[in-house]
Design a protein around this ligand. Structure first.
Ligand SMILES: [Zn+2]
Length: 555
């Protein structure tokens, strides 16, 4: 006997064998039981959701002489006849392959002949949206005044393409996608029927890939059984050409950390395994969608997406490190890639390019991402400010800053009170004055002026940091964070003597120079501020020991 495809073997023979669509099945059965049959039905829904199966069962049920619970009995004379393929009163017509007016006219010409055996003459028109306009007009004419015995069952995946005049004359049923768990159940029966073995994971992978369509699910299972009786997840993935979840998690983790090198490496791994970039980009889209849902819905995705609790937890964990808007942007990019790949001559380049685009975070709009960006920008501004502060030290700007600070001192009492104190410290510390009568600050500025003329390249390097103080002999400078290399370059044998020469000339006494990077400097700054704090204490309390007593509360 010739092999019959699984989806034919498992096509439901009555309503009780249908998987999913419980509400629709219930309504149709009730109509058969009560004899309230409509003249036109419209079954809508995506492929493989049971529209044609339901239509065929309904066509037999309305003609059965003794229907059982709304199902055809399978025993009566009409049922026996109907089981033979060439039953005259059920006419099936595929509009996708016969869309011309002639075909439709020929079909509808037979409408005027009453049924030969049963009570109804049933027309099943598949993909009815494919009919031409004239064919629709012919159909409409019949639907306006249908003979008593006539039933039309129109099935379509695209109901919005039907004229409103047709829609308004039909009783409409929308067939939803069948839940993966229900598909998995039917697949298990089919595997056992075929004397095969399959893991739960393998059957669930097939069920998910079928996206709610039973026919697709059975066809995939059929293909898998072609490779052997034992089916595991790996075999299913090979048949489908899809990527495994672990790989997708590695990929999304690289996207999250914006690790461009890792992404390119993963694409390379994918290509060397002979995977199709288009299939992969669909997998990434679906993975990102799951992550977005995990972020938005939390644990309830286990139910929505037919996931196990552990799988759901894994998605939720991964989604936590992404912002929703970032994932949505990435999903946009990958969905766009799917379209692009259909026409692209270089699919690998397109895939790499999209992966890298995901690392560019320029379009983000949600608060978390904006906060990130603001923090980054603030850090940059701080860096620029530090540099600008250092610039007045080298020229005419210096005087301008001084007059400006003088103005501020006069206008702000806080600054006014601070100013004289700094002066008094300077007076009290003659050791900080150099033989030429300059303060260490002034020596530094003067040395920079000298270097600006003699060694402009060294002078330029000082813009990447700040003067960090001096004890009158050693002059210290600190590099801004990220410019540690400048510090080590200034400390190098060639530049250091030139800087020390300039400092010596500016101060009138032998000077040394040390460049610090940000981390070293922290210590020195702390030491310096300790010293300063001590000086302030001496200013206030003098050098003699002071008794500290608890304040007595006043009554
Ligand atoms: Zn019957």
């Amino acid at each position: 006997m010739a092999y019959q495809a699984l989806y034919r073997q498992w096509r439901p023979r009555d309503f009780s064998q249908m998987v999913g669509q419980e509400a629709i099945v219930e309504t149709l059965r009730h109509q058969v039981q009560t004899g309230r049959i409509a003249h036109a039905y419209l079954f809508c829904g995506s492929r493989g959701t049971g529209k044609t199966s339901a239509a065929k069962i309904l066509a037999r049920a309305v003609n059965c002489m003794h229907p059982q619970d709304g199902n055809p009995c399978g025993k009566c004379e009409t049922c026996q006849r109907m089981q033979a393929e060439d039953y005259m009163d059920i006419l099936e017509f595929d509009a996708a392959s016969n869309s011309s007016v002639e075909d439709a006219r020929e079909l509808l010409e037979r409408v005027s002949f009453p049924p030969q055996f049963g009570a109804y003459k049933v027309y099943i028109i598949d993909e009815v949206h494919m009919l031409s306009n004239s064919a629709f007009n012919a159909l409409l004419k019949t639907l306006e005044e249908p003979p008593e015995y006539l039933v039309f069952i129109l099935a379509t995946t695209e109901p919005y393409k039907l004229p409103a005049t047709i829609l308004s004359r039909c009783q409409r049923f929308d067939f939803g996608r069948i839940p993966a768990a229900q598909i998995q159940g039917r697949l298990r029966e089919a595997v056992l029927g075929a004397r095969g073995e399959a893991s739960d994971g393998a059957l669930m992978t097939i069920a998910r890939a079928a996206e709610g369509g039973m026919r697709d699910a059975l066809s995939i299972l059929d293909m898998c059984l072609g490779y052997g009786r034992k089916i595991d997840e790996k075999l299913v993935r090979d048949v489908l050409g899809t990527s495994d979840r672990a790989f997708l998690f590695r990929f999304s983790s690289a996207l999250r950390s914006e690790n461009a090198a890792e992404l390119i490496r993963l694409v390379d791994e994918l290509m060397s395994r002979g995977k199709d970039p288009l299939v992969f980009s669909r997998d990434v889209s679906s993975h990102l969608r799951t992550l977005i849902l995990a972020k938005c819905c939390g644990e309830s995705i286990a139910e929505t997406l037919d996931l196990t609790a552990e799988d759901a937890a894994e998605y939720i964990r991964e989604s936590e490190s992404f912002t929703t808007s970032r994932m949505m942007d990435m999903l946009d990019l990958f969905m766009h890639l799917e379209t692009e790949l259909r026409y692209s001559g270089s699919p690998r380049i397109a895939l790499e390019n999209t992966s890298l685009k995901c690392c560019l975070r320029t379009k983000e709009t949600d608060t978390l991402a904006l906060n990130d960006r603001i923090a980054e920008l603030e850090a940059e501004i701080k860096l620029l400010e530090d540099r600008v502060k250092n610039i007045p030290a080298q020229g005419p700007l210096q005087e301008k800053e001084q007059t400006e600070s003088g103005k501020t001192a006069a206008s702000s009492p806080a600054a006014a009170s601070r100013k004289p104190r700094e002066k008094s410290t300077a007076v009290k510390k003659p050791e900080s004055m150099t033989p030429l009568g300059r303060s260490t600050d002034e020596v530094w500025k003067e040395a920079l002026k000298i270097l600006q003329k003699t060694e402009p390249s060294i002078h330029g390097m000082f813009l990447m940091g700040l003067f960090a103080g001096s004890d009158g002999k050693e002059y210290r400078w600190k590099a801004n964070p990220g410019f540690e290399i400048i510090a080590s370059s200034l400390n190098s044998g060639e530049r250091k003597p030139k800087i020390e020469e300039a400092l010596t000339a500016a101060s009138g006494t032998e000077c040394t120079f040390t460049a610090l990077d940000a981390s070293q400097d922290q210590q020195k700054v702390e030491e310096a501020s300790d010293e300063k704090y001590l000086e302030e204490l001496y200013d206030t309390f003098g050098h003699e020991p002071v008794d500290v007593v608890d304040e007595i509360p006043q009554k």
